[in-house]
Design a binder for this molecule. Structure first.
Ligand code: ATP
Ligand code: MG
Length: 384
């Protein structure tokens, strides 16, 4: 029945001079994601049109398209000519047996078309009433027939399928996401991708508290997030040597802050190697001791690059809802060892200041530890 997929992007359409760059990126991403389905992708006046050669793959294609950032909604459609008779014929074929009420919704990007959208609605509506004896219901019809008039063709379809919105992954450049295995950082990474970042992951672990299972869990989380971009890279960084050094010089109350300062320093080093542009974290203001505004200030002070914290405005309950929706929650709640809590005080300092933290760090060979950490890191790759 269907020979096309009409893909509508939301925000790209209003990006002015960048529009073409955004569209091309979305097309690349679509082609990559659908490479095994033998569909061709082309631009067509403010939308993308996929030519569907094998209708049996509709469910799989639908699954893919609902996870591509930059797509607002899409529809499996019949492409036909600009002739009224052809459009009518296609509408007839799409009417389901159960339908009693309907409406027609026409739009046209081709302003030279001989009828206005309203005229088209009226003519096609009258036709359906006469042929099938159905009733018009503009509010809550059994079926809506969408008719899109473009320069060369028209498209007829009955369903708009919502996708994830946002911007095509890659248009904003690369970022480094610090991912912990908790609930928040996977959601933060998702939002970075949603705004067009391609994400490289960095994870720190301490093998004296992190089991093999906790590493497997983290890998599952990254794997599940990898469906939104072409290729995904994960740096696994052993952290126990650094933690041992920190423990020697820093009182337990302040260790968590210093651990985190090292994590950020190392992540920044990887950012430079990868030519990425910013760091992303799951930090959420004031939710735990490590995330008071004072402590975040002391941690963020250690790097020069921008830090993106997509979750700053969310309540925990909202973050959990999103984690459930994007299917990372079930993985995140599996038990794991949090290396940030390795040998720290029961009540970590909630208000640290830079001078005292730098004082505790004065005897640590920071540069050497950071370089070593990057050197011994292991890289895992994931393909979409
Ligand atoms: P999350 O649910 O993401 O773990 P959280 O609310 O539990 O967040 P923390 O555990 O203090 O808070 O971590 C804050 C942020 O620091 C994380 O969102 C993540 O970006 C980063 N982070 C913490 N631990 C690690 C780790 N082991 N490896 C990489 N990044 C980490
Ligand atoms: Mg955590």
């Amino acid at each position: 029945m269907y020979n096309s997929v009409v893909v509508h992007y939301g925000e790209i359409g209003i990006k002015g001079k960048n529009r073409s760059f955004f569209e091309k990126k979305l097309m690349d991403n679509l082609r990559w994601s659908l490479k095994k389905f033998n569909v061709s992708v082309r631009r067509s006046y403010g939308r993308l049109v996929l030519e569907l050669k094998d209708e049996t793959k509709i469910d799989e294609i639908k699954q893919k398209l609902t996870n591509i950032f930059g797509i607002a909604h899409f529809s499996f459609a019949v492409k036909t000519t600009l002739e009224l008779e052809d459009i009518k014929k296609e509408i007839l074929k799409l009417i389901s047996d159960k339908t009693r009420t309907f409406r027609i919704k026409s739009t046209r990007s081709n302003k030279d078309f001989k009828f206005s959208s309203q005229e088209l609605n009226n003519m096609l509506g009258e036709f359906v009433i006469k042929e099938k004896n159905l009733k018009v219901d503009l509010e809550n019809p059994d079926q809506t027939f969408f008719v899109e008039i473009t320069e060369k063709n028209s498209f007829v379809y009955t369903e708009k399928i919502k996708s994830v919105g946002g911007l095509p992954v890659g248009v904003s450049g690369k970022v480094i996401s610090l991912i912990s295995g908790g609930i928040d950082s996977p959601v933060a990474s998702y939002f970075a991708m949603k705004r067009g970042c391609s994400v490289i992951y960095v994870h720190f672990f301490n093998s004296t508290i992190n089991t093999k299972q906790s590493l497997e869990k983290l890998i599952k989380i990254v794997d599940s997030l990898s469906k939104y971009q072409f290729k995904t890279k994960l740096y696994l960084i052993p952290f126990e040597e650094i933690q041992k050094e920190i423990i020697k010089s820093v009182p337990s109350k302040y260790r968590m802050i210093v651990y985190r300062r090292f994590m950020f320093k190392i992540a920044e080093k990887i950012l430079e190697n990868e030519e990425a542009k910013a760091l992303v974290t799951g930090d959420n203001l004031a939710s735990v001791a490590s995330q008071t505004i004072e402590n975040l200030g002391v941690v963020y002070n250690v790097v020069k690059k921008p830090i993106i914290t997509p979750l700053i405005g969310f309540d925990k309950i909202e973050i959990i809802q999103i984690a459930k929706r994007i299917n990372t929650f079930e993985l995140s709640i599996l038990p794991y060892g949090d290396c940030c809590s390795y040998l720290i005080a029961e009540h970590p300092a909630t208000k640290s200041n830079l001078t005292e933290i730098e004082f505790f760090e004065r005897d640590i060979d920071i540069k050497k530890l950071i370089n070593e950490a990057v050197q011994i890191s292991e890289v895992r790759k994931f393909m979409n």
